[in-house]
Design a protein around this ligand. Structure first.
Ligand code: ADP
Length: 258
């Protein structure tokens, strides 16, 4: 029979996950992970079952952002995602030490991420949010191509340089036919706690204008605030601390738009 000796078809490890959403940025440090975590929590607050996976192998920040400690447990041959604020979470930072991952090159990054997807028992989820590695190189392209992505959210600051990188990210996802769910402007302006003034440190309105030019939805502007930074560093994201506060409402609006 023709099927004899053929390896069994590889089961899709994410078969029971309805939507996989990538959160990406053209460069590091623009708030991609912060956005991924708070967006995931906002989707959870909307009543969905949500997982979050840190594919940012070189700088996994999910353990810090969600206050995760220890190692994930195994059940049979699969790892059980850790739980934080109602999310199912897994990060490369929980599986290998930072120095090991630091020296990985493109293909190793890709295989490590594929393995993280396959070796984790994600179970049935409405949404899996994937915190992508920053940039638009080969590893990112392979990941975008090799994963069944429902869409991508691009995070950028209003600054020109960051927007140029965001444009590259959008082009990359378009190349592999992944729909762009929208553009988030992070660190859009700074509300000074002392003088109450509103300072557009990286310029203003850049991302919204760019979204219009590129024909992608604009998902919202998140200000640069001490509250957001402190919440993230404390492992208590703003969407967990204060979902109905002004920042929480921005993320809830974002979750409704994706
Ligand atoms: P990326 O994933 O793009 O590298 P992160 O989400 O890790 O970026 O954010 C980088 C740093 O900036 C973190 O210390 C984070 O807490 C901080 N940060 C991100 N967004 C904001 C914001 N809107 N206001 C204040 N701090 C922020």
């Amino acid at each position: 029979p023709p099927a004899l000796g053929r390896a069994p078809a590889k089961a899709d490890p994410l078969a029971q996950v309805r939507h996989v959403i990538a959160v990406a940025s053209g460069k590091g440090g623009v708030g991609k992970s912060t956005t991924a975590v708070n967006l995931a929590l906002a989707l959870r607050a909307a009543g969905l079952s949500v997982g979050i996976m840190d594919a940012d192998v070189h700088g996994p920040s999910l353990p810090t952002l969600l206050g995760l400690h220890g190692k994930p447990h195994a059940a049979g041959r699969k790892l059980v995602p850790m739980r934080a604020y109602g999310l199912h979470a897994m990060s490369m930072g929980l599986m290998v030490d930072a120095e090991t991952a630091m020296v990985w090159r493109g293909p190793m990054v890709m295989s490590a991420i594929t393995q993280m997807m396959a070796d984790v028992d994600w179970g049935a989820l409405d949404v899996l949010v994937v915190d992508m590695p920053p940039g638009t190189g080969d590893a990112q392209l392979a990941l975008a191509q090799g994963t069944r992505l429902s869409g991508a959210v691009i995070v950028s600051t209003p600054q020109d340089l960051s927007l140029i990188d965001a444009r590259r990210g959008i082009a990359m996802f378009r190349k592999v036919d992944v729909p762009i769910l929208g553009l988030v402007e992070n660190m859009s302006h700074f509300v000074c706690p002392d003088c109450g003034g509103d300072h557009a440190i990286f310029g203003q309105g850049g991302a919204e204008a760019e979204a219009g030019r590129l024909g992608v939805p604009f998902l919202g502007a998140v200000p640069l605030t001490m509250e957001l930074r402190a919440a993230s560093d404390a492992g208590q994201p703003v969407m967990a601390r204060d979902p109905e506060g002004s920042l929480g409402r921005i993320y809830q609006q974002m979750a409704r738009s994706v």
